[in-house]
Ligand binder design. Structure first.
Ligand code: FAD
Ligand code: MLT
Ligand code: ZN
Length: 472
């Protein structure tokens, strides 16, 4: 008599969880198989779509026992292909998109509990509906998820005042690789009972466990804002202006973004419907904003006075102050669409670096000069969160005849070495994923790498959690 061989891992998964939770249709797998830059394509075993925390628990316990690699995925907007499976056909993509409830909004405690699959913009709206503010804000907020924001420790446009996702987290619910649930959802602001385990999962890019829910901090809603679009002669002038605004407005300054002239030209060419508030004749621009919970705080006037003083000091050459919420939105749309304008201009090589703010200007000068001298036909689009010391140092070809990717390795090494020489980081807010694993091995101190590998072994001894990401 013929004995049936063991069922394949896929057949076992489908038999155990059914086709509602385990999806195998090619069309459903296509979208989760490729990163948002469309540069890394994987071949998943299947797509798991759990509906409950209990589903995640059973799925992970099963995968751990069967040694099936699990790739968590949220909105798939990440920049380092961290949510993309490898090409082996053996890794299960586990999307959190069905875990999308706001479990609680506690105004008195200033906290909100959201499930991992909640889209960031929906969390912002829930906070606003309760008269509160959730400050994480990114260009991708209409599609990225809380689980992805936590797992990448996302930054964005309000870090200067409110911090990155790490600082916005009060507690987490995490399913560990073996299916056990670790919950710190109490939403306490003070809790010194040993190691702060939740923080290990923030920025872990799905390599230590699956976040299913988070307790997040809420803040008083901003009721007055002052927003300015400013022309500055140089990055050094922008840094001086930042200090001036912080001296004058203290913690009310929430955003300070640097834009180069070329970004405005790209916006003009590729997104001409966006109105530009200033003539594009300055080498650099800054978009800055301050906000207050006091509706009567005359922030536009205060900002105006500080900018006048900055003109006298030679830090500013021109400025437009938003006179309405509509104008404020217009300023922000320009900033938020810089990545889209650059995408429309063709392929680009991206660097997401951070430096001590005092070293930003000389970094831009040195690295910019190197690019101009060594990469013929290049177009440097260096912009970003100057207030946080974070630059997106991206290089495209000036036209479609330039094969910018051919220079990617040389540019990466030069730029990252220049950053390291100034005590900076080669990954400020986008993480490691699969694209920067080699960079982490190269630049992280050996002791840090050793400790990270030890932590990984404790949480995921069988190596099923997002294999091949972060650590080599
Ligand atoms: P995904 O891309 O799906 O996943 C990212 C990582 O998290 C992967 O490692 C994945 O495995 C893991 N993961 C996802 N969910 C879970 C979970 N529940 N448990 C465990 N692991 C999980 N980023 C910034 O920091 N600042 C910006 O200003 C910014 N601007 C952007 C603008 C645009 C236009 C775009 C497209 C992206 C931008 N990003 C920015 C990058 C990206 O949006 C963020 O990294 C975001 O936090 C990713 O969320 P996501 O839900 O899409 O995660
Ligand atoms: C941004 O700040 O716009 C993003 O983090 C960088 C990008 O989308 O290229
Ligand atoms: Zn950014």
């Amino acid at each position: 008599m013929m004995r049936a061989g063991p069922a394949s891992p896929l057949a076992q998964l489908v038999a155990r969880f059914g086709t509602d939770l385990i999806v195998t249709e090619r069309s459903a797998l296509e979208a989760v198989s490729i990163d948002q830059h469309r540069r890394h394509r994987g071949a998943p075993l299947a797509l798991a779509l759990p509906r409950t925390v209990a589903d995640v628990t059973s799925l992970l316990a099963f995968c751990n026992a069967a040694r099936i690699g699990v790739v968590p995925q949220g909105g798939n907007t990440g920049y380092c292909a961290a949510a993309t499976p490898d090409g082996s056909g053996s890794q299960l993509v586990l999307s959190l998109r069905r875990l999308d409830k706001i479990r609680d909004v506690d105004v008195a405690n200033g906290s909100l509990i959201a499930e991992a699959g909640c889209v960031l913009a929906d969390v912002q709206k829930s906070a606003a509906a309760a008269g509160r503010f959730f400050p994480l804000s990114l260009g991708s907020e209409g599609s990225c998820t809380i689980g992805g924001n936590l797992s990448t420790n996302a930054g964005g446009l309000n870090v200067l005042r409110y911090g990155m996702m790490r600082e916005l987290t009060l507690g987490l619910e995490v399913v560990l690789a073996d299916g056990r649930v670790l919950s710190t959802l109490q939403a306490l602001r003070k809790d010194n009972t040993g190691y702060d385990l939740k923080q290990l999962f923030v920025g872990a890019e799905g390599t230590l466990g699956i976040i299913t829910a988070a307790a997040l901090k809420l803040f008083p809603a901003p009721r007055a804002t002052g927003t300015a679009f400013v022309a500055v002669p140089s990055p050094a002038a922008a840094v001086a202006l930042l200090a001036r605004l912080r001296d004058g407005l203290g913690e009310l300054v929430n955003s300070f973004e640097l834009l180069p002239n070329v970004a405005l030209r790209l916006l003009d060419r590729h997104l001409p419907s966006l109105r530009q508030p200033l003539p594009a004749d300055s080498p650099w621009f800054v978009l800055c904003e301050a906000s207050s919970a006091d509706a009567n705080d005359p922030l536009t006037e205060k900002l105006g006075r500080l900018l006048e003083a900055a003109v006298d000091a030679g830090e500013v050459t021109d400025a437009a102050l938003a006179q309405s919420e509509r104008e404020r939105r217009e300023f922000w749309e320009l900033r938020e669409n810089v990545p889209e304008a650059q995408r429309r201009a063709g392929p680009s090589v991206k660097h997401d670096v951070s430096l001590p703010i005092g070293r930003i200007a000389d970094f831009i000068a040195e690295a910019g000069a190197w690019i101009t001298a060594h990469v013929e036909g290049s177009m440097l689009v260096c912009y970003g969160h100057l207030g946080d010391g974070n630059l997106h140092f991206n290089i495209s070809g000036a036209d479609e005849t330039v094969a910018i990717d051919a220079h990617a390795e040389t540019m990466k090494r030069t730029v990252h070495d220049m950053v390291a020489a100034r005590g900076g980081s080669f990954s400020a807010e986008h993480g490691i994923g699969q694209t920067k694993v080699g960079e982490l091995t190269r630049y992280a101190p050996p002791l840090e790498l050793e400790l990270m590998r030890s932590i990984k072994k404790i949480f995921d001894p069988n190596g099923i959690m997002n294999p091949g990401k972060v650590l080599a």
